[in-house]
Design a protein. Structure first.
Length: 257
């Protein structure tokens, strides 16, 4: 089996694949202060509780947008499996031409999402990933990565609003009874949920217009299920898209036994 690890700024997602089928999935908070020993014990403990042993893991695929933890996971890799550790970074095979000004600067998660979206849904396709930031990535009709857009995520933008005001407070991210909020909490919820949905629709419209042809629109990330029901421009939520992309890239780069 293959263990896939996607380290984001706020959350880290793990997936266990048996062939091309995901058979286990976990998500926990990203902590930049974790040592290699702490991560090793935590990951092996989580996997063990769900019945997966170290001997079950034939290899590990990793993408990370947190450089300090990328280094830490490199140290942890041999404790998780005797098989290869494939890290998505410049030089790794993805099977996707990257047509931006500086291909080395694009985030690993954005390439991984694009690879998976092309494999699952064809090209052209646009992926919106709801995380700490809300990322938009465009795969052109020829299957090449063309770039995208990065916006402040739902949580970080709402926290900035609350932190910058004296009277507003944290709210749960659920839709209010009506877009016309009948109190402060509902007003914040309306602005957060419908405002972010409007941001997604507006950027998606401009990306597709710039692409010059219609495209499949896919959403992923921890907050996708919160926002997508209120969007007009996104068709599908794929919870495991990033992990699937890691599986594909691992297959392209693994060492033959």
């Amino acid at each position: 089996m293959l263990l896939t690890i996607d380290v984001g700024n706020t959350q880290t997602a793990l997936g266990m694949f048996d062939g091309d089928e995901i058979v286990g999935h976990w998500r926990f908070g990203t902590d930049r202060t974790r040592t290699a020993d702490e991560l090793r014990w935590e990951l092996l403990g989580v996997l063990g509780m769900d019945g997966f042993a170290r001997s079950d893991i034939a290899g590990v695929a990793l993408s990370s947008v947190v450089p300090a933890l990328t280094s830490t996971f490199r140290l942890v890799g041999p404790a998780l499996s005797d098989g290869p550790l494939v890290v998505v970074e410049p030089g790794v095979r993805t099977g996707m031409p990257i047509h931006i000004d500086n291909p080395r600067e694009v985030g690993a998660d954005r390439i991984v999402n694009s690879v998976a979206a092309r494999a699952r849904y064809g090209a052209p396709v646009v992926v919106v990933d709801f995380g700490t930031s809300t990322n938009f990535d465009v795969v052109g009709p020829d299957g090449d990565y063309q770039g995208g857009a990065i916006a402040a995520g739902l949580e970080i933008s709402t926290n900035a609003l609350i932190g910058g005001t004296a009277a507003l407070r944290t709210v749960e991210f659920v839709p209010p009874r009506s877009p016309i909020g009948k109190g402060t909490v509902e007003a914040i919820q309306s602005g957060a949920i419908y405002g972010h949905a409007g941001l997604v629709d507006g950027i998606m419209e401009r990306l597709v217009e710039a692409l010059g042809t219609d495209a499949t629109r896919i959403a992923t990330g921890g907050l996708a299920s919160t926002i997508v029901p209120h969007c007009r421009s996104v068709e599908t939520v794929d919870e495991y898209l990033t992990l699937e992309g890691l599986r594909i890239i691992y297959t392209l780069n693994r060492e033959d036994p």
